[in-house]
Write a protein that binds this ligand. Structure first.
Ligand code: ZN
Length: 149
């Protein structure tokens, strides 16, 4: 499979080679595993969510292609320190950007790093790679919120 250069933009490669928030959390509020069998991407996501609903820490252990790794790394930066509600909005915005076939969905200024992944939209097989960390985060937030009740 040959992928064009814009898929491997500098930002994606940087996150792939130096994934942010790589690791585990011992006493995580939620620990969720995500798999994309189409590509072989696997990741484990650890979340610490505070009593007042803030994402205090997020860590990832990922094994997969560059798109999956970079997307997870960027995701961790985008939601770190955010409220659960805001994180869900960010997830929705990102998924809308990747999945909306009718139009280009703009990103808010504070999410502009995620712009680097927009080019992946042109490669339908790779969209699942980019979305895996985000769908896993959505599951993790649900588990974290259920754990507190
Ligand atoms: Zn992949």
């Amino acid at each position: 499979m040959s992928l064009s250069d814009d898929l491997y933009r500098e930002t994606i490669l940087d996150h792939y080679h130096n994934p942010r928030n790589n690791g585990t959390i011992d006493d995580a509020t939620a620990k969720i595993e995500g798999v994309n069998p189409l590509c072989g991407d696997e990741l484990t996501l650890y979340l610490n969510v505070s009593e007042d609903g803030k994402i205090q820490d997020v860590k990832l252990q990922a094994h997969g292609c560059s798109i999956n790794m970079a997307s997870g790394s960027m995701m961790s930066e985008a939601v770190m320190g955010q409220s659960v509600e805001r994180a869900k909005e960010i997830i929705e915005t990102f998924k809308e950007m990747m999945l909306n076939k009718e139009q280009d969905v703009p990103l808010e200024d504070d999410l502009e790093d995620l712009e680097a992944l927009r080019g992946v939209k042109k490669y339908p097989v790779r969209i699942k790679c980019a979305l895996l960390p985000w769908n896993t985060l959505l599951d993790g937030l649900a588990e974290a919120c259920a754990a507190k009740k």
